[in-house]
Ligand binder design. Structure first.
Ligand code: SF4
Length: 89
C-alpha cells in the first residue's frame, strides 16, 4: 500500500533543513514580486489585508493556521480570500 493516501496534498516545504529560513523567505518575496499584474492584488488592498492578518489570532509565524498559506502570498493573489468562516478580507 502506498504511503501517500489518494487525494492527500503534499506540502513540499516541510523539509526546512534543506535551506535557511532567510533563503526561503527571499524566494517567497521574489515569487510575490514576480506575480503577473493580472493576478496581483493592488497595493492598497494588499496592505489592508496584511494589516488585518497582523491582528488576527490565526496568524502564526507568518502563516495562517486555517489554510496553511503564508499570508503575504495569499494576500498578494487577487483571487484569494481569507479562509475564516466569517471572512476578514
Ligand atoms: S487569512 Fe484570515 S484567518 Fe488567516 S491570518 Fe489572515 S485574517 Fe486571519
Amino acid at each position: 500500500m502506498s504511503e501517500q493516501k489518494e487525494g492527500l496534498r503534499v506540502c513540499r516545504k516541510c523539509l526546512l533543513y534543506t535551506e535557511s529560513r532567510e533563503e526561503f523567505f527571499q524566494k517567497l518575496e521574489a515569487y510575490i514580486a514576480n506575480l503577473d499584474e493580472e493576478d496581483r492584488t493592488d497595493q492598497e488592498t494588499y496592505e489592508s489585508r496584511l494589516q488585518i492578518c497582523a491582528r488576527c489570532p490565526h496568524l502564526t509565524d507568518g502563516m495562517c493556521v486555517l489554510c496553511g498559506c503564508y499570508v503575504e502570498l495569499r494576500a498578494a493573489l487577487r483571487v484569494r480570500r481569507c479562509p475564516d468562516i466569517v471572512r476578514k478580507w
